[in-house]
Each structure stands twice: as C-alpha cells, then as structure tokens.
Ligand binder design. Structure first.
Ligand code: GDP
Length: 298
C-alpha cells in the first residue's frame, strides 16, 4: 500500500547523500519533496504541516556528530517523526483485571468489522484466551450468519439472537452476550456492531447505547485504509459520536494510497492497535509504529 510513498521518500532523502554538510536550503528542498510525497499519499494536511515543521526544525538544529553523516541524520529524524505520527510505542490491548474483557467494534459498513472479529478471536485464542463473539449487527442481512461462519473458522463460539424473533434489540443482545460470557467462562467478549454506508445519527446512537450497556474495556474503531480522506472524517465522527480507545486499520494489502489512515492516530489522539492486510483470518497483526515506519522508509 505504501510503495509509492516509500519510493518518493527514499528519493527525497537520497538527494542529501554524499553531502558533507547540509545547508538550510538543502533541508528546505528535501522537506518540500517530503511534503509533496506525504500529500500525494493522502496524509492529512495538518499532520503533514506539523511533520514538515518538526523535520525542518530538528534537521537545521542537528549537531553533526557521532557516526552518522548529515544525510543519515536527516533519515533518522524523519524515521523518528514518522514513528511519532504512528503512535510511538506499540500499544497493547487492554485486558480487564476482572474478566471478561469487553471489546466493542465500531465503524462503517464494509470496513471489515466482522472479518476483524474473527481475526481478533483467533489471535486471542492462540494466546490462550477463550473469546466469545457477540452478534449485534442486526441491521445488515446475513451479518449474524457471517459472524457465525467467521467464528466457526476461528474455532470460537458466537452468541447470536435466537432466529425467528424479528430484528431484535442489539443493546439487549450485547448485554446478554456479556452475561453469557460470564456464565460460560469466556474471558474476552468481542461485540460486533452494525455499520452504515455513511456516518448517521442512528448508527452513532445505537453504538453509544451498546457502549453504555456493556461498558467496553476497549472500543476499537475499524477503518478501511482504502477509503482515503474519508478515513479521517469518519474517525472524527466516531470519536465525537461514540468515542473509541483504539484504531484498527484494515485492507492495508490494497493498492490505494493509505496515507489518510496513517493520519488517524494524530488526528484523533487514539492509538492504532492492530492492522489487517488480507481476507484470511491470519492476515492480521499487532500494529508496531516502528516497523511500519521502517517499511515506509524502505
Ligand atoms: P463489516 O461490514 O465492517 O463487517 O465488513 P466485513 O468484515 O464484512 O468486510 C467487508 C469486505 O472486506 C469483505 O469482503 C472482507 O472479506 C473484506 N476485508 C476485510 N478485511 C480485509 C483486509 O484486511 N483486506 C482485504 N483485502 N479485504 C478485507
């Protein structure tokens, strides 16, 4: 997903190589190249602005010392600032002291929530947890069945409303799901919620009602990295409407530009916890800001 960005950044930084000393003009020219590369990759403008200001300030103030030549020093600064945008330290999933840990998934329809529920369940299971999936997306036809299928593939139980009772109340299902987890000794509950094609008030209200009913330890905002600048606006809408404690980026295997998704951390202040990069259940991992920065810088 970040191949073009990676190429552009590498070539911007390459122009500094071999120079024994960097003038302010050299740094400005490189900063300009980096700025264009980030904007073309869809990184949000305020994030780009702050990033470039930091690079310029730090590069111009850098003492030439130690083992690094001036060009390497700038690469180091860019790397550190990129890690900063992506969240700095790896943020681990917050597990409750008194199980079950409740994890609620929120996001637009098609973001990859249901798939993620299965991925997360499998990942947790491999670590010795006993997750329970709870199907609270009662809006989309087949969403419950899709979660059950994903659950079966992951080898975990899915709690779903009984068929034949009409649409049902997602808040009630969420509450009963958590009760069921306590009862059946599941130590983690993953609550899949309904998404809409666009942000709307009813969706936000329903997600907020589920949140109030089950008091999640983590509310994860799931966002498709392919949707470009909408990733940022959607994240802001969910932050204000429901609130979330972490972000999951999906579809990082796609060929869209993806920079907007990389801006979500900086724009919302919430860390990226996981990344999904494919349709298979094990196309999923913890998000490490430093590894992502290294990947982007090539
Ligand atoms: P939901 O509406 O948010 O529950 O989204 P789904 O889980 O149903 O996913 C929507 C579509 O995206 C499905 O076709 C998934 O197979 C696909 N999908 C989910 N995650 C990924 C991913 O990381 N990479 C790719 N390529 N496809 C994904």
């Amino acid at each position: 997903m970040f191949d073009t960005l990676s190429d552009r950044l590498t070539s911007a930084l390459q122009t500094l190589r071999g120079k024994g000393k960097l003038t302010d003009a050299d740094i400005d020219a490189t900063a300009r190249e980096i700025r264009i590369a980030l904007l073309e990759a869809d990184v949000a403008l305020p994030v780009v602005r702050e990033f470039i200001a930091q690079i310029k300030q730090r590069a111009k103030g850098a003492e030439v010392s130690g083992a690094l030549n001036p060009a390497q020093q700038v690469v180091k600064i860019v790397n550190e600032e990129l890690i900063g945008i992506l969240g700095g330290e790896t943020r681990r999933l917050n597990l409750a002291k008194n199980p079950p840990t409740v994890i609620m998934l929120a996001g637009l329809q098609g973001a990859g929530k249901t798939t993620l529920a299965g991925k997360l369940a499998l990942w947790l299971k491999k670590q010795g947890h006993a997750p329970l999936l709870v199907a609270c997306d009662l809006q989309r036809p087949n969403a419950v069945t899709q979660l059950q299928v994903v659950g079966e593939r992951a080898g975990v139980t899915t709690f779903a409303p009984e068929p034949g009772n009409g649409v049902g109340d997602p808040v009630d299902v969420a509450r009963r799901g958590v009760e069921e987890a306590r009862h059946a000794q599941h130590d983690v509950v993953i609550v899949d919620t309904a998404g809409r094609l666009g942000v709307d008030e009813e969706l936000m209200r329903q997600a907020a009602d589920i949140r109030d009913a089950v008091k999640p330890d983590e509310t994860l905002f799931v966002v498709d990295a392919m949707i470009g600048q909408d990733a940022v606006t959607t994240a802001e809408a969910f932050r204000d409407g429901v609130g979330f404690t972490g972000v999951v980026l999906t579809k990082l295997d796609g060929d869209a530009r993806g920079g907007a998704a990389l801006s979500v951390r900086q724009v919302t202040g919430q860390p990226i916890l996981f990344a999904s990069n494919g349709e298979k259940l094990d196309d999923f991992d913890i998000f490490h800001p430093d590894r992502m920065a290294s990947r982007i810088l090539g």
